[in-house]
Design a protein around this ligand. Structure first.
Ligand SMILES: NC(=O)C1=CN([C@@H]2O[C@H](COP(=O)(O)OP(=O)(O)OC[C@H]3O[C@@H](n4cnc5c(N)ncnc54)[C@H](OP(=O)(O)O)[C@@H]3O)[C@@H](O)[C@H]2O)C=CC1
Ligand SMILES: O=C(O)C1=N[C@H](C(=O)O)C[C@H](O)C1
Length: 309
């Protein structure tokens, strides 16, 4: 496929895409599916695309961007593979070609919170399994779109194995000991790179478990979001990683102040999520091959099944 160039963005590795050169032996039951990542233009999408290539999976050489109205295509390079950018107004045309050329593909979404639902509905409409790594949006609607279309999906705000294990531990604690922190007050602070649009989806998930453990009166909007350089340095973020980090601290304090619990998970860079993304893709391919009854999963499900490397 060559989509028409309208108004190309700068293309450091502008090379014509010939999908056939990457080979395509996928079948719909392929356990190592071709992977389309939206959007390879973003930090997380780029990192996940590199992990896909490292894992020896075929990277579909097309990626969606949020650009539209006059901006159609140009190319970027991922680990030497030229990837063609597809503007929003041409995404259905591109998806038709991609489905035809890469049967059995799995889609990964790392875009923006404000397009989570639109993208999920687009993937569901097209009958393609997807990993929704993007945070935000109406998560119940994402799951409902996948269910209604009978499409397999992993929907999770956190792909990093060890952080997912922490999330799982909090969920188990909430199930086993509901109310154990009744009366305790909670503060939550999260720091991410300056241009992260929303409050941490991981923090929201952990807070949901803490509520089940009895914490009352704590709203998601009470999560303290640090995006400024000074605040980030104070929280201990290394200067080199101001542009890519995820530091989370949850503090629980007893009513009389005599007991305090602190949970922390601090991550720099993005490889932990990128590797987990590949695991989620392989998990979905397996579920599809097994024709599993359940369609929608999260990363705790992937972990519990032993599918995180
Ligand atoms: N689940 C997990 O483990 C993790 C989740 N995340 C989440 O992933 C998301 C992305 O983060 P990050 O990569 O840092 O953000 P970036 O801002 O670096 O990238 C987002 C990209 O999305 C693209 N985009 C915007 N709108 C659309 C659209 N409608 N269709 C296709 N592409 C679009 C933009 O491309 P363009 O400018 O070309 O439009 C942009 O490059 C966030 O929600 C973040 O919280 C991040 C890390 C780990
Ligand atoms: O945007 C990020 O960077 C991250 N987003 C996810 C979140 O919002 O929880 C996961 C991790 O914190 C990195």
């Amino acid at each position: 496929m060559r989509l028409q160039h309208h108004h190309p963005r700068p293309a450091p590795h502008a090379v014509a895409v010939d999908a056939a050169t990457q080979g395509n032996s996928s079948s719909s039951l392929d356990l190592r599916p071709p992977v389309m990542i939206n959007s390879c233009t973003g930090r997380m999408g780029h990192s996940a695309a590199e992990a896909v290539v490292r894992a020896g999976l075929q990277l579909v050489p097309f990626t969606l961007t949020g650009f539209s109205a006059g901006v159609a295509v140009s190319n970027i390079g991922i680990s030497g593979i030229p990837v063609e950018l597809v503007g929003k107004e041409r995404r259905q045309e591109a998806m038709d070609v991609v489905k035809d050329r890469y049967p059995g593909l799995v889609v990964v979404d790392y875009t923006m919170p404000n397009c989570v639902n639109d993208n999920a509905e687009f993937y569901a409409r097209n009958g393609v399994p997807f990993v929704m790594g993007t945070t935000g949006g109406d998560r119940a609607k994402v799951a409902a779109a996948a269910e209604a279309a009978g499409v397999y999906a992993v929907v999770a705000p956190q792909m990093g194995k060890q952080v997912v294990a922490f999330q799982a531990m909090m969920e188990v604690m909430a199930q086993q000991y509901p109310g154990v922190f009744t009366g305790y007050s909670l503060t939550v602070t999260e720091s991410h790179q300056r241009n992260k649009a929303d409050v941490s989806g991981t923090a929201k998930a952990v807070v949901a478990s803490l509520r089940q453990m009895g914490v009352e009166g704590f709203k998601d909007s009470d999560i303290r979001k640090i995006r400024d350089r000074e605040g980030q340095l104070q929280m201990g973020v290394p200067e080199d990683h101001l542009g890519g980090h995820a530091f989370h601290t949850y503090t629980l304090t007893s009513p009389d102040g005599s007991v305090q619990f602190k949970f922390k998970h601090n991550v720099v860079e993005r490889s932990i999520y990128a590797e987990g993304t590949v695991d989620a893709v392989l998990f979905l391919a397996k579920k599809r091959a097994e024709a599993a009854k359940e369609k929608v999963y999260n990363m705790v499900d992937v972990l519990l099944e032993g599918s995180l490397r």
